[in-house]
Design a protein around this ligand. Structure first.
Ligand code: ACO
Length: 331
């Protein structure tokens, strides 16, 4: 059995925040942001209109519609996000409720940051290949805008991230189509290089409000270290996966890379000698949408006819943890 991708779904909140809008909030410039990251604008949710779970719901509905399926045709859900609606329960069960399942399917929540989609894909692939489930819905939804330091102090991080949701449906097939192989890895020694620490369970609400003043409620990132590791790990992961499966880099029809920084992706493609025309970007319009990024970007490439059935597609991502990975798919 192979796990083939049936459809993608997407939802972006309507509010567009341009680099010029950010110039009014902090000491930054459209030129700096575009030059350093490739981002022109991003979406932010508007209070009272969208939440992590409502965006996830809309992306999943889109994926179901494109696959011509109903919720009850799905056997399992895998959901991932940095900041979910609740501390618990996870958003997987909220999605199960809102999509209107009549059966008690499992809903698994994962937390693997920008590599989340590849981690989720590896679980969905194993479930389907083992015969455990026939059809799996994977979804990532991110509301970054509620936890960005929008003052000059947080500008290195806050200009990079956007809100949005992406979904993907996988199903069992006995054809050649589907996931060929996946590599995932992590390196916990770098957990403090890119993180958002509070309010976690170390934060004691009864006595410790110090960290609010210390700004631990906003993400912390050592951008240059992340950048360097991202280029090295993404290149290494994809190149080893291609070797292992006896493909040459030139066999790849299309690459969908995580959208954290256009310059990271340019360097990875350059090192792999894969031409720029064989990729698609959403970072210019959506920024980094973490776990939602790969399904959003690949779904858009499919809709635009850039990725066609039968193509050999590579996915590659890197994120906080550090976590990273790559996948090879006969789409
Ligand atoms: N506007 C204007 N100036 C800025 C901004 C800003 N938004 N942010 C930083 N600067 C300044 C800095 O203060 C610094 O000034 P200085 O030279 O006077 O000290 C200068 O610009 C250069 O800063 P650098 O950090 O050296 O800039 P760099 O070229 O490294 O780009 C960036 C920074 C865009 C953050 C880059 O390092 C990057 O993209 N890193 C990787 C991000 C990433 O991949 N994240 C992983 C995924 S996220 C996840 O998993 C949740």
């Amino acid at each position: 059995m192979n796990a083939r991708i049936v459809s993608f779904g997407a939802y972006l909140p309507p509010k567009v925040v341009t680099n010029k809008d950010l110039e009014k909030m902090m000491d930054t410039s459209d030129e700096w942001i575009q030059q350093r990251s490739g981002i022109k604008e991003r979406r932010w949710v508007e209070e009272g209109k969208d939440t992590c779970s409502s965006m996830a719901h809309k992306a999943c509905e889109d994926a179901l519609k494109k696959a011509n399926l109903k919720a009850d045709d799905i056997d399992a859900i895998i959901f991932g996000s940095l900041l979910t609606d609740n501390v618990f329960p996870g958003t997987g069960v909220l999605l199960q409720k809102s999509l209107g399942f009549s059966k008690n399917i499992p809903a698994l929540d994962i937390k693997n940051q920008c590599s989340g989609f590849l981690y989720a894909l590896s679980v969905a692939n194993a479930w389907i290949k083992s015969g455990m489930y026939k059809r799996v819905l994977v979804c990532g939804s991110e509301v970054h805008s509620c936890r960005l330091d929008k003052s000059t102090r947080g500008r290195d991080v806050s200009v990079l991230f956007g809100d949005g949701a992406g979904a993907c449906i996988l199903e069992a097939t006995d054809s050649e189509q589907g996931i060929i192989d996946i590599h995932i890895a992590s390196q916990g020694e770098f957990a403090d290089i890119l993180c958002l620490k509070e309010p976690g369970s170390n934060f004691d609400l009864r006595r410790d409000f110090k960290s609010i003043e210390e700004q631990n409620w906003y993400p912390y990132m050592e951008g240059k270290t992340v950048f360097k590791h991202a280029v090295a790990r993404m290149t290494e992961s994809l190149s080893q996966l291609l070797d292992k499966n006896k493909f040459k880099n030139s066999d790849v029809d299309f690459v969908i890379a995580h959208q954290a920084n256009m310059r990271i992706n340019a360097m990875v493609l350059d090192q792999l000698k894969i031409p720029w025309e064989k990729t698609h970007h959403t970072i210019d319009r959506y920024g980094n949408t973490t776990m939602a990024t790969i399904p959003l970007t690949m779904g858009e490439a499919v809709d635009l006819g850039k990725v066609k059935r039968g193509d050999l597609v590579s996915l590659v991502a890197f994120g906080a943890g550090f976590t990273w990975g790559s996948a090879l798919i006969r789409y």
